[in-house]
Design a protein around this ligand. Structure first.
Ligand code: HEC
Ligand code: HEC
Length: 390
């Protein structure tokens, strides 16, 4: 694992995340978490709920559960069906299909560094921990993902209790509570595995650490454009994980900014409306001003996570950058026709700017430098059943 060469370099990279956290005392638990996750100097540990301390045993159990189709009611799907390591844990689909055939309305998210996001999913102000979020794919009945509704819960638990490998893994992961399997333990283990999905070894990181050759000249130009006031990207995708929705173990409670923005993708009614099946944060708050508000996704490994946006409606990175340069999206015809550039709800930071084709190339090349080859091949994140099948 690489090491950052100095705090000064890091402070440039951290703009939005705040450098003051550098000075905070690391407690002994933090030291253990840093070692367990192999975090390089200067990356503070993620916030972890005190009731679910991170351990190697829980991560290992969570990894097995993540890849196990027995975790869906009808045994056809696992978390990995929609979160594929080779794609930085996104799935390449516009929107995925759940275990009973329901097509979901939102694009599967990559999971790199998911332990550091202050809110989870594309647009929720209520899912603040992985322990809360993971209940959704496990238990939701609308739409069904894995479909562990109350009626089948005991049956699913019995599958794991009958398996001697799991009996051992659950006992190791939760030594204080006997060997029984519960949904709560499953959730805690999955959350621990998700927290272990750390991606900080891209060419961009090596460049920050002092290796000038890690980025091409074109990528360095793209980096400057990304952080410049003409392209504006860094305002919403700032900080070490390229999203304002950032939080770590040292972030003071309540200090996280409200990380939701309207990107001008739709304007179906001339008043900034989004397609009725998904209007972003509005779905939860019913506040008309929240229509079209989504969380800025992290851009790490973004070259692997196409298609883009909450509904997978943009196919390539080049088209994403062209969308921003136009200051919103124009949809000529069909049910969602409208001019996103004229949306009254569009964020003021998404506004048209002049961009030469070679500048767009440079920005795309920079985004490609955020791909961490080691992360997508790391054996500790991979399918533990693959060896049995070979
Ligand atoms: C049917 C496909 C599907 C399955 C199965 C699935 N997910 Fe997801 N996952 C998604 C989608 C789609 C989203 C975005 C949801 C939204 O915004 O409402 C998501 C979001 C997430 C997030 C939030 C990421 C972020 O950046 O906020 C986490 C964490 C996650 N999934 C973990 C899991 C785990 C763990 C499992 C297994 C228990 C799982 N998922 C099963 C499709 C799936
Ligand atoms: C006003 C805040 C804001 C600014 C400025 C901004 N973004 Fe975004 N970005 C977002 C939000 C919010 C989303 C998700 C929108 C959605 O899905 O509806 C997003 C999505 C993306 C995605 C899709 C990622 C994925 O996983 O699907 C990429 C790539 C991206 N932005 C790159 C950029 C670049 C490059 C710039 C600068 C040209 C930029 N953004 C400027 C807020 C912003």
């Amino acid at each position: 694992m690489w090491r950052l060469s100095s705090v000064a370099v890091l402070c440039i990279a951290w703009a939005a995340a705040g450098c003051e956290s550098e000075t905070a005392e690391a407690g002994s638990d933090e030291t253990a978490v840093i070692a367990l996750l192999g975090l390089p100097d200067g990356i503070p540990p993620p916030a972890i709920p005190p009731e679910n301390p991170l351990t190697a045993e829980k991560i290992e159990l969570g990894r097995r559960l993540f890849y196990d189709p027995r975790l869906s009611a009808n045994q056809t799907q696992s978390c990995a069906s929609c979160h594929d390591q080779a794609r930085a844990f996104a799935d390449g689909e516009r929107t995925p299909t759940g275990s009973t055939g329901t097509v979901l309305v939102r694009n599967s998210m990559g999971l790199a560094n998911v332990g550091w996001f202050s809110t989870l999913t594309w647009a929720s102000d209520g899912l603040l921990t992985l322990e809360q979020q993971i209940q959704v794919p496990l238990r939701s009945d609308n739409p069904v993902e894995l479909g562990i509704t109350d009626g089948v819960r005991d049956e699913v638990i019995a599958r794991f209790e009958a398996d001697p490998t799991y009996a051992r893994l659950f006992a190791d992961a939760f030594p204080e509570s006997g060997s029984g399997v519960t949904i709560n333990k499953i959730v805690f283990a999955l959350a621990s595995f998700c927290r272990s999905l750390v991606s900080v070894d891209a060419p961009y990181d090596r460049y920050l650490a002092g290796d000038q050759t890690a980025l091409t000249q074109q990528q360095r130009r793209g980096l400057a454009l990304f952080n410049g006031e003409r392209f504006e990207c860094f305002h919403c995708h700032g900080g070490v994980f390229f999203t304002t929705a950032y939080r770590d173990a040292r972030t003071p409670e309540g200090s996280v900014r409200y990380p939701f923005f309207n990107n001008g993708l739709y304007n179906v009614d001339g008043e900034g409306g989004y397609p009725p099946h998904d209007q972003g944060l509005f779905e939860l708050t019913s506040d008309p001003d929240d229509r079209g508000l989504f969380r800025p996704p992290s851009l790490r490994n973004v070259a692997l996570t196409a298609p883009y946006m909450h509904d997978g409606s943009i196919a390539t990175l080049r088209e994403v950058v062209e969308h921003y340069a136009a200051g919103g999206r124009v949809i000529e015809d069909g049910p969602f026709a409208g001019d996103g550039r004229l949306s009254p709800l569009r964020s003021g930071l998404v506004r048209a700017f002049p961009a030469e084709p070679d500048e767009i190339d440079a920005l795309v090349a920079f985004l490609e430098s955020l791909t961490d080859d080691r992360f997508v091949t790391e054996p500790a994140h991979s399918d533990p059943f693959a060896m049995d099948r070979d």
